[in-house]
Design a protein around this ligand. Structure first.
Ligand SMILES: [Zn+2]
Length: 448
């Protein structure tokens, strides 16, 4: 939810693009509606409103509020709400004349830290210990990580002390970056760790070219694993990595996406090939079993197996219809963005899975839904037609799934609504009653 105060600068910007043709209070009403009722993204809402009143959406600045952990390596225009942790002036020579710039470290409420440089000190005299809303910043790659730059377009606003609370224990790296090395297993990796040493086997890897400000660059991305789990990785330097080999990487760092950690390493990292006994590719390719409570602690993970019982079937389960343009679920053939559309049928399951101590949401797309329920999309459409009831399929899924123990495989992310698994494989577990009973008896005996 964005409140009135947060919406205000965007209302002003839309009014500017529409050249005062529309009253600010009308824009505010629209924007509030799209954001908080339809839950469209800020950028999409702004573009939509401008278009609606006959303006050119491309006149909007592309600035988008991001967390430091979400920053890409070449953001063109980004807004940040941060606390400046350190800031020091430096003399540099630009185009033959001396110039004072600032550089230091900024942090946000998640405890992420990023290096920054201010190129126009008259626009942004950032001071350590103060909070700022920075608009129209950009990023450049520095040692495989984003560095925030404030150029002459930057707009900086001093914000109250209580607006950004950096978690305790956040260590501020010296500019140049150093923190004590951490030797970790895959399951111990957490967003924003620096100077990590990890030993793992590379399961898959692909290289691709990316554009950077200094030209084209090859990067290598894939999945590596140890006995505690799998992690996606990105190498920003060619270490001649090969699929199947076991490597020890030192001086890597961890970025995250919605709680799923990703290991990154660049030129400053070292890669060695230890001669050690290590689990084989086949064993490591299995999804590792995790409890929902373990997921809560780590915040998410790639490719895991979770057991639990289906305790609730959520709205939007069964036969649904999507907009062919934006893939949103449509109601009665009407997309909230594109209006009346030729809706496309689809199957989906959204359930809450509980293992007795913790719960998560699980979302299954068509293929997984079909194989779990044995009901194909075609059969679902036939049934809906025969019964003249589009909700019929959802109720059938409820009958099949409610209160059933399930085994789910997929990646788990965390957001404002808690843990959520994007399920890649699902099955109902038919418990072996005798084994279960014996296990229970053993437990009782131990307790006695
Ligand atoms: Zn649409």
């Amino acid at each position: 939810m964005m409140n009135k105060e947060e919406i205000a600068p965007h209302v002003k910007e839309i009014a500017r693009v529409l050249e005062g043709k529309v009253k600010e209070q009308d824009i505010e009403k629209d924007l509030d509606n799209y954001l908080n009722v339809y839950r469209m993204s800020l950028e999409a809402s702004k573009r939509h409103i401008v278009r609606k009143y006959g303006g050119d959406p491309n006149s909007l600045t592309k600035g988008e509020r991001k967390l430091l952990s979400q920053l890409g390596l070449s953001e063109q225009s980004v807004d940040l709400l941060v606390r400046v942790m350190s800031s020091a002036a430096r003399e540099v020579v630009v185009s033959g004349s001396p110039k004072t710039i600032l550089s230091g470290i900024m942090a946000d409420e998640n405890g992420s830290t990023v290096k920054f440089t201010v190129w126009d000190v008259s626009k942004a005299d950032l001071k350590a210990g103060e909070n700022y809303l920075i608009r129209y910043a950009y990023t450049k790659e520095w040692n495989g990580q984003p560095e925030v730059h404030l150029g002459n377009r930057a707009v900086v606003e001093l914000r109250p002390q209580d607006e950004v609370k950096v978690p305790e224990g956040v260590t501020v790296p010296e500019v140049g970056g150093y923190s004590a090395p951490i030797v970790a297993k895959v399951s111990e990796l957490r967003e924003n760790m620096n100077n990590v040493t990890l030993t793992a086997r590379i399961l898959t890897m692909k290289s691709r070219e990316v554009e950077t400000p200094t030209g084209k660059k090859a990067m290598f991305a894939g999945i590596m694993a140890d006995e505690t789990g799998k992690v996606e990785f990105t190498a920003w330097h060619d270490f001649a990595l090969k699929e199947g080999e076991v490597v020890t990487i030192t001086n890597a760092y961890v970025k995250g996406w919605k709680g799923i950690p990703r290991l990154s390493f660049g030129e400053k990292a070292q890669v060695t090939r230890p001669k050690i006994k290590f689990p084989g590719e086949q064993e490591l390719s299995q999804a590792s079993k995790k409890t929902i409570a373990e997921m809560e602690r780590s915040g998410g993970a790639a490719d895991v197996v979770v057991h639990g019982t289906v305790v609730d079937i959520k709205k939007g389960t069964g036969l649904i219809f999507r907009c062919p343009e934006c893939n949103r679920v449509v109601q009665k053939g009407v997309c909230q963005v594109h209006g009346k559309v030729h809706q496309v049928p689809d199957l989906r399951i959204k359930v809450v899975v509980d293992n007795g101590s913790s719960a998560m949401t699980a979302v299954m797309k068509k293929d997984v839904t079909e194989s779990l329920t044995g009901v194909t999309l075609k059969e679902a459409l036939d049934e809906a037609r025969e019964t003249m009831d589009p909700e019929f399929v959802g109720r059938r899924f409820e009958e099949i799934l409610l209160a059933k123990p399930v085994e789910l495989r997929g990646s788990v992310i965390s957001d404002d609504y808690g843990l959520s698994m994007n399920v890649s494989e699902a099955k109902i577990v038919f418990l072996d009653v005798r084994t279960e009973a014996e296990a229970l008896l053993n437990k009782i005996e131990v307790n006695l």
